[in-house]
Design a protein around this ligand. Sequence first.
Ligand code: NAP
Length: 250
Amino acid sequence: MTDRKTLLVTGGSRGIGAATALLAAKLGWRVAVNYTSNEAAAAKVVAAITDSGGEAFAVKGDVGSEADILEMFKAVDERYGRLEGLVNNAGIAATEQRLDQMDSARIERIFRVNVTGSFLCAREAIKRMSTNAGGKGGSIVNLSSAAATLGGGGSYVDYAATKGAIDVFTLGLGREVASEGIRVNAVRPGMIDTDIHADIGDADRAKKLAPSLPMKRAGTAEEVAEAIVWLLSDASSYTTGSILSVTGGR
Ligand code: NAP
């Protein structure tokens, strides 16, 4: 047993979640790396952390399932017995469509993973962190998106709306638990070069849109992770209910 603080990163196997897990581990957190299907990618993140002397383990679970979320938190309890950080990073998008083409299964799934999943993970974290419940406090970071300010019209209004919900959730929950030692913030990435663009059927989207972005390039997962770990850390001790844009000026 060490004195390291414990962090759970949902969707920690790839993209922004993986970059966050790796950076947080470097800064001394021990990390539960959640994934849903890509066990090899999660194992790679865990190996990179443990090979450098850190502590991490992979935990499978679909944040679109309440039963999986409860199992995931139980696994963290059993492994580390404490929790001071949660990054609600797992998120999905779907093929570009107008609303009049979308079926209800798509809309329900995206809200279940991106919104309900974040709510339920935060609920479980608060039960463990709240000073009202005997916890020692903690920090929760949600993943919003520039889509929440742009709307996603013609492409993914469903995804954009889930991120709008995350913004309001962050503001309200931040106030709700501020006196219990818990801070709740969000990071709002812009166009970041990760696998998520393949989900909407445009794997090269980040490269294609780069010339239209203020810095003429997409961001990296590592650049977003820097903002997330700052919000997790005590360096941001008076920041709660805030949304930090990492959009390269977009
Ligand atoms: P990504 O590269 O597609 O990686 C997604 C990660 O989430 C993977 O680790 C995946 O696990 C996991 N995941 C997917 N569905 C899950 C589920 N139901 N339960 C648990 N884990 C699940 O995504 P990303 O681009 O890094 O995005 C991370 C977050 O940032 C998302 O919330 C996204 O909306 C937000 N964001 C991204 C961008 C961008 O341009 N990339 C911009 C704004 C906001 P497996 O490896 O097991 O599949």
